[in-house]
Design a protein. Structure first.
Length: 52
């Protein structure tokens, strides 16, 4: 098996990759707020459960 036959999809151009549908570039504040909200919720859960 040669390198050419081992990974034929590795040569696909990066521009043809599918987008994931994540937040757009102009909504950085929303991503920041949601990230910190997740941190607070996880911290409250860990505190209530008593893991740490």
């Amino acid at each position: 098996m040669t390198a050419e036959t081992a990974a034929p999809t590795a040569s696909a151009p990066a521009g043809s990759l599918a987008r994931t549908g994540g937040p757009k570039e102009d909504s950085a504040w929303l991503e920041h707020v949601l990230g910190w909200t997740l941190v607070v919720v996880v911290a409250m859960f860990v505190t209530q459960v008593g893991w740490l």
